[in-house]
Design a protein around this ligand. Structure first.
Ligand code: ATP
Length: 315
């Protein structure tokens, strides 16, 4: 798959010295959905607004389909649509005029047939003559997407598209994003919601303190989530693993043993392990299983960076 966006050693230092991006490298593949996860202040918004050319980088380069976003700003900017976090719409304007105006800003010839298709795909067609102020919050968010799509961009950036929206609306938004992907639009979204990344992204990037810590295929992360451990508490803990148990992936704990196994396989090996523990004369006092989740991977990656992550960050 070709890269539609290439970010190389991108840095952004704000006046006052805050380093919001520290030499970020990122490739975005044509046609994919990539979710950027990170706690508050990680640099997600700065990254996408710098890629779009709205915030000026302090160093490094960004190309959009080969166009440098500084030296060929117009060509690069025409290829991207940005859905901001905040609703910044003109309250007295009609929906249709809002999207027509956006299209005009990019110097595109009027094309009401295209705008009709966009509004229909976002279930906004019956609201085309409604004033923005009469719309619900969810509809306004969809108008923001329509606005960002008005000039037919190939890459769409969505900055926390579902922050503060209810579960039902969040799922509607996921469907909209899935449909856009089918229409060939490449999508980059930022989110605090791990569940959102799991539901819709092809790849997940984790960002903290202005650095990309990981970019990985979602299914690979899921496989990692398939790792489970079984804790076997023993009446008399052991110092070495008995020979009879050497074929199992065991680790010694102060009060027993930890057995790591893969939930994706048919046989976990637990039945055999329990029988062999008994045969080896080890008396069990308790058993517990636990599963590592994407949330744990995220929290441990981010806290390794010295960032405190509270529950609200990984809802
Ligand atoms: N215009 C600005 N001037 C100075 N500092 C800024 C400016 N914009 C952002 N920052 C700082 O840059 C850092 C990254 O902010 P950014 O908004 O990119 O984070 P984020 O990951 O999008 O956070 P959130 O999830 O809260 O939206 C933060 O420390 C923020 O305070």
């Amino acid at each position: 798959m070709t890269n539609i966006v290439e970010v190389r050693r991108l840095t952004k230092t704000f006046d006052g010295g805050l380093k919001a991006l520290k030499s970020v490298d990122l490739d975005i593949k044509s046609g994919e959905i990539i979710a950027l996860l990170g706690p508050n202040g990680a640099g997600k918004t700065t990254l996408i607004s710098t890629i779009c050319g709205i915030t000026r980088a302090t160093g490094g380069t960004v190309t959009i389909d080969g166009h440098d976003n500084v030296t060929a700003y117009r060509a690069a900017r025409n290829l991207v649509g940005l859905v901001p976090q905040e609703i910044n719409l003109e309250p007295f304007e009609k929906v249709i005029n809002t999207v027509r105006f956006s299209r005009g800003l990019f110097g595109k010839a009027p094309n009401d047939a295209y705008l009709e298709k966009v509004l229909k795909s976002l279930s906004l067609w019956d609201k085309k003559d409604a004033k923005i102020m009469t719309l619900s919050g969810g509809m306004k968010r969809r108008v923001l997407i329509a606005k960002a799509l008005a000039h037919e961009p190939r890459v769409l950036f969505l900055d926390e598209p579902t922050a503060g929206v209810d579960v039902e609306l969040r799922k509607d938004m996921w469907q909209v994003v899935a449909q856009l992907k089918k229409d060939g639009v490449t999508i980059i979204l930022t989110t605090h919601y791990i569940e959102e990344a799991e539901a819709i992204a092809d790849r997940v990037g984790v960002i903290a303190k202005g650095e990309i810590l990981l970019v990985e295929n979602k299914t690979d992360l899921m496989t990692r989530m398939g790792q489970k451990t079984l804790k076997v508490e023993l009446a008399a803990p052991v110092k070495t693993i008995p020979k009879a148990l050497s074929k199992y992936d065991l680790t010694i704990e102060s009060d027993g043993l930890l057995y790591a196994y893969d939930t994706a396989t048919d046989r976990t090996g637990i039945t055999g392990l329990l029988a062999d523990l008994q045969k080896a004369g080890l008396k069990m006092t308790d058993l517990q299983t636990r599963q590592s989740s994407l949330e744990e991977i995220f929290v441990s990656l981010v806290s390794d960076k010295g960032v405190a992550v509270d529950k609200a960050d990984v809802a």
